[in-house]
Design a protein around this ligand. Sequence first.
Ligand code: RTP
Ligand code: MG
Length: 148
Amino acid sequence: MDQTFLMIKPDGVQRGLVGEIVARFEKKGLKLVAAKFESLPEERVMEHYSEHKDKPFFPGLKSYIMSGPCFLMVWEGKNVVSITRQMIGATNPAEALPGTIRGDFALEIGMNVIHGSDSDETAKREIAIHFKKEEITSYERVDEKYLY
Ligand code: RTP
Ligand code: MG
C-alpha cells in the first residue's frame, strides 16, 4: 500500500492542532502506521529540506522547524500522497482553499502548520530519514473492508 510522511510543524503543535489534524486523516480512511513527537536535530532538518538549502527563505525555514517539537507520522492508503497533499492545501495559506488544513488553520507561508511528501519517491526518502524500519507498524484497520 502507498505510504507518505506527514509532519505537524512546531506552530501546529503549539497551537493545539495535533488532534484536529490527525482526526481529519483518520476520518478520511487513511491508516496511521507510525508516529512520534520529536524536536528535530539540525542534521535531519538539513537532510529533509536539502532541496531548499540555497533558497533565500531557508534560514527562516530551518529556525521555524527547529523552534519546538514536531509530530512526525507515516500514513498509509491508496493514493495517500496526492490525497494528503490535497487535504493539506497550497503551500501559501493565503492561497489555500477553505476546507484544507492550511486554508483553515494558517495565514502565512512561513508558518503553514504541516508538511506532506510531494511524490511517492519523496515519501520513501523522507520516511527513511525520519523513521527506522522497526518503528513502522503493519495492521488491519477494522473498517478497511468498507474502504476498498
Ligand atoms: P512542505 O514541503 O513543508 O510540505 O511544503 P510544500 O511542499 O507545500 O512547499 P515547499 O516548496 O516544499 O516549501 C517547503 C516549506 O518552506 C517554507 N517556504 N517558505 N517564505 C517563502 O517564500 C517560503 N517558501 C517555502 C514553507 O514552510 C514550505 O512549507
Ligand atoms: Mg515540499
